[in-house]
Ligand binder design. Structure first.
Ligand SMILES: Cc1ncc(COP(=O)(O)O)c(C=O)c1O
Length: 283
C-alpha cells in the first residue's frame, strides 16, 4: 500500500492518541537508511528516538532473534525461567557502573523500568517520595507521567497526577540555570517539599534527552551522590535514552565516575526489540 492509502487507513482505525506528524510509513530499513511505503529512501536521523544506536536490523541481532524464534518464544519467567534471562543479567551486571555487585530485573519498556525502580526504592528505604528534574522525561504511565519535568504536553488532559513526586531544576546554563542555582533548587526542594526522611530516590538523566540534550556536570552528579549517601536516598540514573554507547561510553554516567544505586535502561539495549532493565546494587 502507498503512504496515502496507509494514512487513510490509519485515520479511520488508529486511535488519535497514537499520533504522528509523519504521513510517510516505514516499509523496510537497514543500518541508517529507511525506505517508506512509496519506495522513497532516506537517512534515519531519529533511530526510533535513540533506540537504534547500532542501526536498523543489525545482522547479529537479527540472527539472535531468528534463532530464539526457532527455539522458544514465551514461558513467563516467573512461571519458568530460561537461559537468556539469566545470561543477559550476568552480562549487564558486568558492564553497569552501579555500586557493588549489580543484580538485574528485566521488563518491557523504559517507563516500566522507571516504575519498578521506584517500587524498589520505596521498598528498600521505607520512604515514599521521589525528586526528579525540570525537563526530565521518564515515560507515559501514570507515575512516570508525574515524574516528567514537562507538564505540557505529557500531563495535559490526564490529571490529577499521583502525589509524592517533587521537582528540582536541571543545570542548563543555556536556559539561564547555573549549576549553583540547580543545586540550590534541589536543596530547597528538600527543605520545602520533600524532606530527606520522606525521599526514597532522586532520579536523574545524566544527559537530558527529551529535555534538550544537556549533560549534567560531573560536580552536580557528585553532589547528588553525596546528598543521597548522607540521607539514605537512592540515586537512580535513568539511562533509557543515554545508555548503550549514545554518549561514547556504554553509559553516560561513566563520564563522571559517579556510581548510582540503580539504573534504568531500555531503547538501544535491544536494537528495537521491546526490553528494558532495572540494574542495581544487590543491597
Ligand atoms: C530518559 C527516558 N526515560 C524513560 C523513557 C520511557 O521509555 P519508553 O518509551 O520505553 O517507555 C524514555 C523514552 O523516551 C526516556 O528517554
Amino acid at each position: 500500500m502507498s503512504n496515502k492509502e496507509l494514512q487513510a487507513l490509519k485515520e479511520r482505525y488508529v486511535a488519535a492518541g497514537a499520533a504522528s506528524p509523519n504521513e510517510q510509513f516505514a516499509d523496510h530499513a537497514t543500518n541508517a537508511e529507511l525506505w517508506d511505503a512509496d519506495g522513497k529512501r532516506m537517512i534515519d536521523f531519529a533511530g526510533g528516538i535513540g533506540v537504534l544506536n547500532i542501526g536498523h536490523r543489525h545482522p547479529k541481532v537479527v540472527e539472535a532473534v531468528k534463532a530464539q524464534l526457532d527455539k522458544l518464544m514465551h514461558t513467563c519467567q516467573t512461571v519458568m525461567p530460561y537461559e537468556g534471562y539469566v545470561k543477559l543479567a550476568e552480562k549487564l551486571s558486568g558492564v553497569v557502573p552501579v555500586r557493588g555487585h549489580a543484580k538485574v530485573m528485566l521488563a518491557n519498556s523504559g517507563a516500566e523500568a522507571l516504575e519498578n525502580a521506584m517500587k524498589i526504592a520505596r521498598a528498600a528505604t521505607g520512604k515514599t517520595n521521589v525528586i526528579c528534574f525540570d525537563g526530565g522525561y521518564h515515560g507515559r504511565t501514570f507515575y512516570t507521567m508525574a515524574m516528567n519535568g514537562k507538564a505540557a504536553p505529557y500531563q495535559t488532559d490526564f490529571g490529577p497526577m499521583p502525589g509524592t513526586v517533587y521537582r528540582a531544576p536541571y543545570p542548563v546554563p543555556y536556559h539561564g540555570v547555573s549549576e549553583d542555582e540547580a543545586l540550590r533548587g534541589l536543596k530547597m526542594a528538600m527543605k520545602a517539599d520533600s524532606p530527606a526522611h520522606n525521599t526514597a530516590a532522586i532520579v536523574i538523566e545524566p544527559v537530558l534527552g527529551e529535555g534538550g540534550f544537556y549533560a549534567a556536570p560531573t560536580s552536580f552528579l557528585k553532589e547528588i551522590r553525596k546528598i543521597c549517601d548522607e540521607n539514605d536516598i537512592l540515586m537512580i540514573a535513568d539511562e533509557v535514552q543515554s545508555g548503550f554507547g549514545r554518549t561514547g561510553k556504554m553509559f553516560a554516567i561513566e563520564h563522571s565516575d559517579v556510581e548510582p544505586d540503580l539504573m534504568t535502561m531500555a531503547k538501544s539495549m535491544a536494537d528495537g526489540m521491546p526490553i528494558s532493565a532495572i540494574v542495581g546494587t544487590d543491597k
